[in-house]
Design a protein around this ligand. Structure first.
Ligand SMILES: [Zn+2]
Length: 238
């Protein structure tokens, strides 16, 4: 049998039979993987305690045709600090949910993996409501879904932008109003994140603009991946 070694973020795990769990992982060099953690629900299992969502592991897997089998795991980052606060854990799970949708099975994506690890590291120390929308925008950019925020989709105008079409990621000027309203502050926050000025944007954007960016960015992500994102929309809100 072949042994695979990598590092990976635990996405989730679920029961299998009496004593085992299946774990879904986003690995750095092999993309998404599913593996059985044998005996992981027994009380003394050393693996079981480590396969919680958000934990980062060094993994060794025996490769199987459909499911792989965990041979060894070692914790790199427990990300325990992300679980101490409800708001922080909700943000962390929102990040994990989008990453789960964007990552591909058995297909490496180190830029997305590294961006996720960096986001987990800085999430605990950030209280900005814009943190997750900013991560979403950058993750979409990394995966080739970059919104086009500079010119009106219909006439090419660079001034008087008032709308954003979440289905295409284009902006529209006031001469042919359509899409969702976008203010200059919201536009500048989104441009700033895509232009690599995220920390400045997190510090300067008002809570109202941050909420608007979230609505637009989540709508854009959902439209691109054709799925509702549940973690970032608690209690069925819009
Ligand atoms: Zn126009």
């Amino acid at each position: 049998m072949t042994l695979l070694r990598d590092q990976a973020i635990v996405i989730r795990s679920w029961k299998l039979g009496e004593a085992d769990r299946i774990v879904s992982l986003f690995s750095r060099e092999h993309g998404k993987l599913r593996a059985v953690a044998k005996g992981s629900r027994r009380l003394k299992s050393r693996v079981g305690a480590r396969i919680e969502p958000l934990v980062v592991l060094n993994i060794q897997l025996w490769l199987g045709r459909d499911l792989h089998v965990i041979s060894q795991v070692e914790t790199i980052e427990s990300n325990f600090e992300l679980r101490r606060d409800l708001t922080v854990i909700q943000r962390a799970m929102s990040i994990l949910e989008l990453v789960d949708r964007l990552a591909h099975d058995d297909h490496e994506d180190p830029p997305l993996y590294d961006a996720t690890i960096r986001a987990f590291r800085s999430l605990a120390s950030s209280n900005s409501p814009l943190f997750v929308p900013a991560f979403y925008l950058r993750a979409m950019q990394l995966e080739g879904f970059q919104p086009s925020l500079d010119r009106c989709r219909d006439c090419g105008a660079t001034e008087g932008i008032t709308g954003f079409d979440v289905r295409s990621g284009d902006v529209i000027c006031r001469d042919h109003p359509s899409g969702l309203d976008v203010s200059p502050g919201v536009l500048s926050a989104m441009r700033g994140v895509l232009g690599g000025r995220t920390s400045q944007v997190l510090a300067e954007t008002s809570p109202q603009d941050a909420a608007r960016v979230e609505t637009l960015v989540v709508g854009f992500c959902e439209s691109m991946i054709e799925r509702r994102l549940r973690a970032i929309r608690p209690m069925g809100g819009n």
